[in-house]
Design a protein around this ligand. Structure first.
Ligand code: ADP
Ligand code: MG
Length: 694
């Protein structure tokens, strides 16, 4: 029942128009999307322990009889239900926040099975913050039906229970699933078949079955991506591009002349590599790696100008609206002097503005279009697109990159990334690209001083921020993620901003009179732009923000990057955040406020303090994460992968690449019967450019 995978979710029982919208928010449009919405962890209900043995913070399952209930209202909008439960060893409490129904649902005398995070109160009593609870008939019943409960990433309005039901529904609808990966490969790597893997990832019997299912799904993801890339490499070899450039561009020279600085030798070297590619008869496909702040934007500007000089159009795609706007601001400043018409296209433009841009684009009036993934939507048609830049590749997938290429006729492409993926790995992951590297930062940069402090010494941080503000400098205060829930995360940053604003309003406080800004993903676009531009202008002294500022934001006057609960972030993310400061001539600081609990977190923070070299950090990341923690958080953050992690699963990546290359060589058109099932799955998952498969 493979076709079912592409059917919209409406097709399922219990999915009405309201649910459709909710699911859309987490990018679940089809039944296939639902099947590939994987649990982020499992509640192991197979091992029941006495509550008093639970360690602080441990996720546990306990069982017992309800003794009595208590309801508390410590403040407006907060309701706490506490059930006292006797598990035969001790009495513990199960706690619910804002879920009053629990009182009625589990009256005294009920036997319950409870899972959640354990905490000890000051008397040493165990409290369980409930994630799952159910009434049971007997403990024997639980032991008989041993279960690992999947915990899915959710969105407001869909409960864990509902999500489980939806996924189970979807699974029933699509069975039987015919295997699409060649049997020989499954045997060679001892991977379970498709149907088994999907069943087991959503309702596993034990850790081992999760592990096997995951191995298969990881291989599958890599294999499909590598097939796409292999097909593309093969096609590219046969294509000469139509567009030509002038060898010596006057406009390019004019751009170089108006720069307020001298390009570094690395920038010049990379620009020469790019020019050579652009002048050749075949399309350029180049990855530009350069640490944050190394000056990649200039390279993209040169490339776009070279295209415009020869009468062609250029496009630059950035992962967020903030970044697209910022590129637009800085590039159009340069382009204006050269008489180049440049526009920005994002999802939030008004309809008539959008129409006008699309019209001008078709007629070739717009020479450079900057935008978010709005660029790859239908209806965005260039007259003659020759140069394409994708910024911060780690936020886009292969699919989006190829979709942008599709807007032109084999245009030249430059992919820019600050993600310090080790070079060997980059070669494997982006096997269709050549690689250029900017190794040195522009002169005059001082390394950012990084310190780790505890929450108790947060006043030292506030003093630093205040001192910098007195000297006219600005600070970022980055708030941690508190939950999987966007609403709670936003609440968290709003609370912090309110607190800091409170300080600023207090007479004699060190923050007195400072302007505090607030930035998070849920603000309206216009509001976001306003805040960013105020920060740019120096009207905001302290910007309290979520990680929306993680990539690309360039405010050279900002000198303090403070990250609260820094141990919750991965190394790559911390490095990106730190890259927001140290961009100007002033000494800059990165302050990591953290109380790391695990050894790994301690080492991660130590690595941040000890080095600012992105490549060293990437290697350290590799070493720290190693294989092992299956289903841990994905940190390489490549959006195209639902389950695979190119760092953690690099072994599987290497195998998948070999197998994909061999297959495309052996059967380039996917003609053999065994490959027939592969084509629809490739189309569904990776290939934006349908012509790749013909
Ligand atoms: P990234 O590689 O992170 O995209 P940017 O292109 O944003 O870095 O550059 C960071 C800052 O450095 C910008 O303010 C830019 O104008 C400046 N810059 C770029 N190249 C040079 C250079 N050769 N000398 C001095 N400053 C430079
Ligand atoms: Mg950049």
């Amino acid at each position: 029942m493979k076709d079912m995978l592409v059917k919209p979710v409406q097709f399922l029982k219990r999915v009405g128009p309201k649910r459709v919208l909710l699911l859309q928010k987490i990018n679940i449009l089809t039944i296939g999307d639902l099947l590939y919405h994987f649990p982020r962890e499992y509640l192991d209900r197979t091992g029941i322990i006495p509550a008093y043995t639970a360690a602080q913070g441990q996720l546990v399952t306990v069982a017992g009889r309800v003794l009595h209930a208590q309801e508390l209202k410590p403040r407006q909008g907060l309701n706490i239900v506490k059930l006292a439960i006797d598990d035969g060893h001790s009495v513990f409490s199960a706690v619910w926040f804002n879920q009053k129904y629990a009182i009625k649902q589990y009256p005294p005398g009920t036997l319950v099975l409870v899972s959640g995070k354990a905490a000890k109160n000051y008397r040493g009593t165990t409290q369980i913050q409930v994630q799952e609870c159910e009434a049971i008939d007997s403990l024997e019943q639980v032991c008989r039906e041993k279960k690992m409960l999947p915990m899915y990433p959710l969105t407001e309005g869909i409960s864990q229970k509902a999500m489980r039901q939806l996924v189970q529904n979807a699974i029933e609808q699509v069975q039987p699933l015919l295997e699409f990966i060649p049997r020989a490969l499954l045997t060679k790597y001892r991977l379970p078949v498709w149907e088994e893997a999907l069943n087991n990832i959503h309702s596993p019997k034990n850790n081992q079955s999760v592990h096997q299912a995951r191995r298969r799904l990881v291989f599958e993801e890599f294999f499909l991506m590598q097939l796409t890339l292999a097909k593309r490499r093969q096609k590219m070899k046969r294509h000469q591009k139509k567009h030509k450039y002038q060898a010596q561009g006057q406009l390019v020279a004019a751009l170089l002349n108006q720069l307020p600085f001298k390009p570094t030798s690395d920038q010049i070297k990379v620009w020469q590599e790019i020019q050579r590619d652009m002048n050749s008869a075949y399309p350029m496909n180049r990855l530009l790696q350069g640490d944050v702040g190394s000056g990649k934007t200039l390279i993209s500007a040169l490339m776009l100008v070279k295209a415009v000089a020869a009468g062609w159009q250029g496009a630059l795609m950035a992962p967020t609206e903030i970044l697209a706007e910022q590129h637009y601001t800085s590039l159009s400043l340069w382009f204006k002097q050269l008489g180049i018409n440049c526009c920005v296209l994002t999802g939030s433009l008004k309809k008539n503005q959008r129409e006008k841009i699309l019209n001008d684009l078709r007629q070739g009036k717009i020479q450079v279009l900057i935008g978010t993934h709005a660029l790859i939507q239908k209806g965005v048609d260039f007259q003659q697109l020759a140069a394409v830049v994708v910024d911060e590749q780690h936020r886009f997938g292969v699919k989006q990159r190829l979709a942008l290429l599709d807007k032109g006729h084999w245009p030249d492409m430059l992919v820019m990334t600050a993600t310090p993926i080790p070079r060997t790995l980059a070669l494997t992951a982006y096997g269709d690209l050549d690689i250029s590297v900017i190794e040195s930062l522009p002169p005059g940069r001082q390394p950012v001083r990084t310190h780790q402090i505890s929450h108790q010494s947060v006043h030292d941080l506030y003093r630093l921020i205040s001192r910098e503000a007195q000297q006219g400098r600005q600070s970022y205060l980055v708030c941690p993620l508190v939950a999987e829930s966007a609403v709670l995360d936003v609440q968290n940053v709003v609370d912090l901003a309110a607190e800091v604003r409170g300080f600023a309003a207090e007479p004699a406080n060190i923050f007195q009179g400072l302007n505090i800004g607030l930035l998070h993903g849920r603000l309206k676009v216009a509001e976001k732009e306003k805040v960013i531009s105020q920060f740019h202008q120096g009207e905001i002294d302290v910007l309290v923000s979520t990680t929306v500022i993680e990539v690309g934001v360039d405010v050279p006057n900002a000198t303090v990057m403070a990250i609260i609960d820094a141990d919750r972030f991965g190394l790559a993310q911390l490095h990106q955040l730190r890259g927001r400061v140290g961009r100007g001539k002033h000494r800059s600081y990165c302050i990591l406020v953290a109380a790391p609990k695990t050894n790994e977190a301690k080492q991660r923070l130590a690595a941040m303090v000890n080095t600012s070299d992105g490549f060293v950090l990437a290697e350290e990341d590799l070493r720290l994460r190693g294989p092992g923690d299956f289903l841990g958080t994905k940190q390489s953050g490549l959006p195209e992968f639902k389950i695979a992690d190119i760092i953690k699963d690099r072994q599987a990546l290497v195998c998948a690449r070999q197998e994909a290359t061999a297959l495309v060589q052996k059967d380039p058109e996917f003609k053999q019967p065994e490959q027939q099932l592969l084509v629809p799955e490739l189309q569904r998952r990776f290939v934006a450019d349908k012509s790749l498969l013909n």
